[in-house]
Design a protein around this ligand. Structure first.
Ligand code: RAM
Length: 356
């Protein structure tokens, strides 16, 4: 085996062995810590949309962190994944004198005028799930962006003998997170000359258009060997459809990022062998915690500062700190960030152990 492929093999094994760091984080009673003396406040939680089950779980995680401090969370967003649908929620946060906004942006820059207006009004902006590229933002990343992109490709490669036509079924075409993962997928694909990416299609994180673009893909590329869907909506829609057409698509492998609660029923069938994710509730919890920490001034959004969740937060087995890190050069994302943990690989053997 060549050095490069050995390295990829080793990193894939490590990925499978690692236990998702986020999964030791828990939902808590009142913790003693950073902002315990401080006040109360309203935080606007602005997901990509209010109906996506993944976003609903992440939002609930933010709420848990807020209520632990006696703060209030207001979930507000649109029902479609566009920046325009999120703008009224930012305006509502300003009108409500919110202390912070925790937002999964549907576009990296279209929301900047509104978010910068919110900052000018003294509101702390915390990006989570899908980053915005606006000034003074901090991004709570679910897992290393490059690792997510690369591992999706290595996972699929291991299942299709690194050979054949593949496609990507993504979320909104402007989604910061999916686009960043896809760009790393394309870099990783250079190591697999026999895997050919024939199309990337966008289902907008809505099951109906996701199904339509999936069907278009299957019609246009009847020899497709694999699909990567780096969205819980896309992968669950595709898994459901393929499971009802298993005879026709017996050899088509589907992987990506999925909720174990949605994917459990399909995992181990002809199409779905393994997929990845992290705990979205933990992501929200860390984002909510960070929002309070920054909004109260307990921590500054500067490189090297730390966000610490103390051991008094139940289910966190020990106190844990995240150091605010500088934007990665060349990634296109100018935000300081912290990263929750590593992605976790779900298979038939473990998928039923998780309830999110
Ligand atoms: C979808 C959303 C979300 C993404 C997950 C993996 O639910 O697009 O932003 O993080 O999938």
């Amino acid at each position: 085996m060549k050095l490069e492929s050995l390295k990829r093999h080793a990193s894939k094994k490590a990925l499978i062995a690692v236990s998702a760091l986020g999964m030791v984080l828990g939902m808590c009673a009142v913790p003693v810590g950073i902002a315990s003396a401080a006040s109360s406040g309203v935080v606007y939680i602005i997901p990509k949309d209010t109906t996506n089950p993944y976003e609903v779980i992440a939002d609930a995680g933010v709420q848990k962190a807020l209520t632990a401090y006696g703060w209030t969370g207001v979930v507000d967003s649109g029902t479609v994944d566009t920046a325009a649908a999120q703008e009224p929620a930012i305006e509502a946060a300003i009108a409500a004198n919110a202390k912070a906004i925790v937002i999964a942006a549907n576009d990296p820059s279209a929301l900047c005028p509104d978010l910068e207006q919110a900052q000018a009004a003294g509101i702390t902006i915390v990006g989570f799930d899908s980053d915005n590229y606006c000034t003074n933002n901090i991004f709570i990343n679910q897992a290393n962006t490059q690792e997510i992109g690369e591992s999706e490709v290595t996972l699929l490669a291991s299942e299709i003998h690194s050979t054949g036509q593949i496609a990507i079924l993504s979320a909104a075409a402007t989604a910061t997170n999916q686009n960043a993962w896809i760009s790393y997928m394309k870099v990783e694909l250079k190591h697999y000359p026999k895997m050919k990416l024939v199309a990337t299609v966008y289902g907008n994180d809505d099951p109906t258009p996701s199904l339509t673009v999936l069907q278009g893909l299957l019609a246009k590329y009847p020899k497709l060997a694999g699909i990567i869907s780096p969205t819980t909506v896309g992968i669950s829609t595709a898994a459901q459809y393929l499971s009802t057409h298993e005879a026709k698509y017996k050899k088509l492998i589907l992987t990506g990022l999925g909720l174990p609660s949605q994917m459990g029923v399909y995992t181990g069938n002809d199409n779905v062998k393994a997929f990845e994710l992290w705990n979205p509730a933990d992501l929200g919890y860390l984002a909510g915690w960070t929002a309070i920490d920054l909004a109260t001034g307990a921590t500054k959004n500067t490189v090297g500062s730390t966000i610490t969740i103390p051991s008094s937060a139940p289910q966190l087995k020990e106190a844990k700190s995240w150091t605010i890190t500088k934007a990665i050069a060349g990634s296109g994302d100018p935000s300081n960030f912290i990263t929750l943990g590593a992605p976790f690989v779900f298979t038939k053997a473990n998928v039923k152990d998780f309830n999110f």
